[in-house]
Design a protein around this ligand. Structure first.
Ligand code: ADP
Ligand code: ZN
Length: 725
C-alpha cells in the first residue's frame, strides 16, 4: 500500500504530495493522519491525503512513523481544508495545519482568560521530608517544599523557575489542575425565565428547521435576550442527540457567556480559543475529538473543531471583525460555518444588534431568514442619545469634555450610578512634534507617527512595536520645543481625574490589560462597584452587562468616521450603537452623550435615533453609487518589499496580468499605496479588484500567487474577503 503525503516543508513552492510506502507495522494508517517521512536529507512531517494500492513512482521510501495515533482529520475536515485552500488561496498544507491541534496558534500575549488554575501538591510527605533532611544545600527547593507542605492551594505561578521544575521532575511535587469556572449545572438557574413572546417566536422558527441547511439572521437590539434564545435552541439540538458550535468574538470579554453555558450544560461544554495555554487547548481538543462534549464555545478558530454530528452553529455578534483572520490563511469564520452547515444539513444562526450590511442585504433578499427582537427585556428602554457640537464647546474653552457631559457625570457620581467613557485611541498623545521647526516623530520602520506613552515616557509605534524615549530637544533643530498633541486614553484618565478628584476611575485598554487575568479583574471590580467610571477603548464596548451604568460618554465620535475606508460609517455605527447599549440595561434609565465636530453627520444621527434600517438604506445607497460591497465583491492584492522600486514595479506587472485575464466587467483600482505605506521596513503597494461574477478571477489569482512563490524580493498578499482597504 502507498500513501500520498503532503509535506510540511517551509518553502511555499512545495505545496504538493509525494508518494511513500506504508510499511507493515503501519497498516492502520488513515487519510488525515500526521506522519514523519524522510525528505531529501531531512526528516519532516506531513499529512496523509490519499491511500492507494498502486503507484507508478519508483524508488520509494517508507513512512517512518505516525505522529499521533489518536488524532486524525476526518473526511469532513479534510474537505473543509480544501475549501479553505480554494477560498483564501492559502496553501493546502497551511489549511490542514490551521485545523490540527498541535499547530493551532497559541496567542500567549493575550492570555487573559484561563480555564484552569494549577496548584502544587507534595507527592509523598515522607519523600519530601527525606529530601529536606538530606539536601541542606538546596535551599530554594527546601523552601518550596516546606511552603507547599504548610499551605493549602499554592498556585504554581507563586514559584516558577528552575528549582520548582527540578522538584517536579524528581517526582517530589506534582501539579493539580482545577477548572476555574463552575461547571456544575445550577438547577435553580436552569431556565428560570419564561421566554418573552418575541423570544419564543424566534425560537419556534429555528426549531422548525433544525434538520435543514438554512441561515438565520437574528437582528436583536442590545439587551433583547439573544443569548437565551441561543441556549434554548442548543438545548433542542442536544435533545435530538446532536452537537452545537457557538462562536463569540472575544472570549476574554465574554466570560459571562461562557459561564452561562457551563451553568446550563455543565461538563458537556468545551471552551476553545487562542488564549488557552497549549496544554489546556490540547485537553479541550481531545474532549471534543473523543465525543465527550456536546457543545463547543469559542472564538474564530473554534469553527475548525472536530465535532461530529453538528446540529446547529451560532455566530454571536456576527458583525465583529474578529471573525476574520488578518494573516495567512485569511479566512472568515462565516464562510467556514456555511461549509459545515451544508455538510451537516443544519441551521446556521447569526445574531447581532448591528448586522453587517452584507448579512442584512442577504436577509432582505431572503437568502437568510430574518428574525427580529425589537424590545429590551423587562421594562428597560434604549438610552436617550444626545449629540454635542464640540466646535461650540471649544469657543467656551471646553477642550476635552463638553459642559453637558461634565454635568451628567457629576449627577451620576452623586447618585452613585456608574459611567462608561469611550475614547478609541490609546496612549497619552497621538503625535509628538516640534513647535519650532514642525518636525514630527515617525517610526523609522513604518510610515506612521509615534504615540507618546507618558507613564513610561516612551514614544511607541502601534504597528511594529518600535519604541524610543521621548527626548528633550527636537531631533531636527535641537530646540527644546517638543509638544505633544492629540488625545489618548492615558491622558484622558488624568484629565478626568483632575475634574473629579474624588471619583474612582479605572482604565481598560491594551496597555492596562497586558497581564494575565487583567480583563476579568477590571470587569469584575467595576461590576462590584469598586469604581465609578470605566474609561477605555473599543474593548469596553462589547457584550458587557453592568446594571448600574446609566451614562455613556463618547469623547471623539469622529475618530472612526475619519478613517479613510468605505466601511468607516458602518464601523462607527456598530461601535457607537454597541457602546450606547451598555447604558440603561436595568432599572436605571440610560443616557448617552456623543461629542463630535460633525453634529450633522448622517451616521451619528441614525445612531442617535437607534435607526438601524435608516442607516442601512442610507449606507446601501452610497455603496451602490461607489460599487462597493454588498453590490460588488472585493479582493485586495498587496506587493511588499524592502525595495520601493521592486514593489512598485511588480504591482504594475500584476495589474497588467489581471487586465489580460479577468472579466472586462470587473474593476481594478490602483495601484495605490496601502495604508500605512510602510510597515516593518516593507513598502506596500495595493490593487483593489471589484467584481460581481468573474469565472476567471480565482484561477488568475492562483497563477499570480504561484508566480511569486519563488520571488525572494517581493511578497504577495492576496485577500479574497478584505475587511479594510
Ligand atoms: P443581548 O445579548 O441581546 O444583548 P442578553 O442575552 O445579554 O441580551 O440579555 C439581557 C439580559 O436579560 C440578561 O441579563 C439575561 O439574563 C436577561 N434575560 C434574557 N431573557 C430573559 C427573559 N425571558 N426573562 C427575563 N430575563 C431575561
Ligand atoms: Zn513601526
Amino acid at each position: 500500500m502507498y500513501a500520498e503525503v503532503l509535506v510540511e516543508y517551509g518553502a511555499k513552492s512545495l505545496d504538493r504530495t509525494f508518494t511513500y510506502i506504508i510499511p507493515d507495522h503501519l497498516k492502520h494508517l488513515k487519510v488525515g493522519m500526521k506522519v514523519l517521512v524522510s525528505f531529501g536529507k531531512n526528516t519532516i512531517s506531513g499529512f496523509v491525503t490519499k491511500i492507494t494500492d498502486q503507484t507508478e513512482v519508483e524508488n520509494l521510501k517508507e513512512i517512518i512513523e505516525i505522529i499521533d495515533q489518536d488524532l486524525v482529520l476526518n473526511e469532513e475536515l479534510m474537505s473543509l481544508g480544501k475549501c479553505l485552500n480554494e477560498l483564501t488561496l492559502c496553501s493546502l498544507i497551511t489549511a490542514y495545519q490551521t485545523m490540527f491541534p498541535s499547530s493551532l496558534k497559541i496567542n500567549t500575549k493575550d492570555i487573559n482568560y484561563q480555564l484552569y488554575d494549577e496548584y502544587l501538591e507534595v507527592v509523598n510527605i515522607n519523600d519530601a521530608n527525606n529530601f529536606i533532611n538530606n539536601n541542606p544545600r538546596k535551599k530554594r527547593q527546601i523552601e518550596i517544599l516546606n511552603y507547599v507542605l504548610d499551605n493549602d492551594n499554592v498556585l504554581k505561578q507563586e514559584f516558577s523557575g528552575q528549582p520548582l521544575n527540578t522538584l517536579i521532575k524528581e517526582g517530589l511535587i506534582k501539579i493539580k489542575k482545577v477548572k476555574r469556572v463552575r461547571i456544575k449545572p445550577n438547577k435553580e438557574n436552569y431556565e428560570k425565565y419564561k421566554l418573552t413572546a418575541e423570544q419564543n417566536d424566534v425560537l419556534e422558527v429555528i426549531k422548525s428547521s433544525l434538520n435543514k441547511e438554512k441561515t438565520f439572521l437574528i437582528h436583536g437590539i442590545t439587551g433583547s435576550g439573544k443569548t437565551e434564545v441561543y441556549l434554548r435552541a442548543i438545548k433542542e439540538v442536544i435533545k435530538e442527540g446532536k452537537t452545537a458550535i457557538m462562536l463569540v468574538p472575544e472570549i476574554s470579554l465574554t466570560a459571562q457567556v461562557v459561564n452561562q453555558f457551563y451553568e446550563r450544560f455543565g461538563d458537556e461544554v468545551a471552551v476553545f480559543h487562542s488564549a488557552l495555554s497549549p496544554g489546556e487547548k490540547y485537553d479541550e481538543y481531545l474532549k471534543i475529538y473523543n465525543n465527550q462534549v456536546k457543545i463547543v464555545v469559542g472564538t474564530r478558530s473554534a469553527i475548525f473543531v472536530p465535532l461530529e454530528n453538528i446540529g446547529i452553529i451560532i455566530i454571536d455578534e456576527e458583525h465583529s471583525d474578529s471573525y476574520k483572520q488578518e494573516n495567512n490563511p485569511r479566512y472568515h469564520a462565516l464562510d467556514m460555518a456555511k461549509f459545515r452547515s451544508k455538510y451537516h444539513n443544519c441551521p446556521l444562526v447569526l445574531g447581532s444588534a448591528t448586522p453587517t450590511l452584507e448579512s442584512f442585504a442577504r436577509a432582505k433578499k431572503d437568502v437568510y431568514k430574518l428574525l427580529k427582537l425589537q424590545n429590551r427585556i423587562g421594562n428597560s428602554k434604549l438610552p436617550n442619545i444626545e449629540i454635542v457640537d464640540m466646535s461650540l464647546e471649544m469657543k467656551k474653552r471646553n477642550l476635552i469634555f463638553s459642559q453637558i457631559l461634565l454635568d451628567k457625570i457629576k449627577s451620576r457620581l452623586e447618585k452613585q450610578e456608574q459611567v462608561i467613557i469611550l475614547l478609541n485611541r490609546r496612549g497619552f498623545s497621538t503625535i509628538v512634534s516640534c513647535r519650532n521647526c514642525g518636525y514630527k516623530y515617525e517610526c523609522p520602520h513604518c510610515a506612521i507617527t509615534l504615540t507618546y506613552h507618558k507613564s513610561s515616557n516612551m514614544m511607541r509605534c502601534h504597528y511594529c512595536g518600535y519604541s524610543k524615549e521621548k527626548p528633550l530637544k527636537c531631533f531636527q533643530c535641537q530646540e527644546e520645543a517638543l509638544k505633544d498633541a492629540g488625545l489618548g486614553t492615558e491622558k484622558l484618565e488624568i484629565e478626568l481625574q483632575k475634574v473629579f478628584p474624588s471619583s474612582k476611575i479605572i482604565r481598560m485598554d491594551k496597555d492596562t490589560t497586558t497581564k494575565k487575568g487583567s480583563h476579568e479583574k477590571i470587569i469584575n471590580e467595576f461590576k462590584n462597584n469598586d469604581y465609578d467610571i470605566l474609561l477605555g477603548t473599543q474593548m469596553i464596548a462589547k457584550g458587557l452587562d453592568f446594571p448600574r451604568v446609566s451614562l455613556v460618554g463618547v469623547i471623539n465620535a469622529d475618530s472612526s468616521l475619519n478613517i479613510p475606508d468605505f466601511r468607516s460609517n458602518e464601523r462607527t455605527f456598530q461601535l457607537l450603537s454597541q457602546v450606547s447599549g451598555r447604558a440603561g440595561r436595568s432599572k436605571y434609565p440610560g443616557e448617552v452623550v456623543l461629542q463630535t465636530f460633525n453634529p450633522d453627520n448622517k451616521t451619528l444621527n441614525y445612531i442617535k435615533n437607534h435607526d438601524y434600517e435608516g442607516f442601512y438604506n442610507y449606507e446601501m445607497n452610497l455603496r451602490r453609487l461607489m460599487s462597493y460591497p454588498p453590490y460588488y465583491y472585493l479582493i485586495t492584492i498587496k506587493a511588499l518589499s524592502n525595495s520601493y522600486e521592486e514593489s512598485s514595479l511588480e504591482i504594475n506587472k500584476i495589474k497588467t496580468h489581471l487586465l489580460k485575464n479577468i472579466d472586462k466587467q470587473s474593476i481594478i483600482l490602483g495601484p495605490t499605496i496601502a495604508n500605512p505605506f510602510k510597515v516593518n521596513n516593507k513598502y506596500r503597494f495595493q490593487l483593489i479588484i471589484k467584481y460581481k461574477i468573474d469565472k476567471n478571477i480565482m484561477n488568475t489569482l492562483k497563477e499570480i500567487d504561484e508566480l511569486y512563490k519563488t520571488n525572494t524580493k517581493v511578497n504577495i498578499e492576496i485577500d479574497t474577503s478584505p475587511l479594510s482597504l
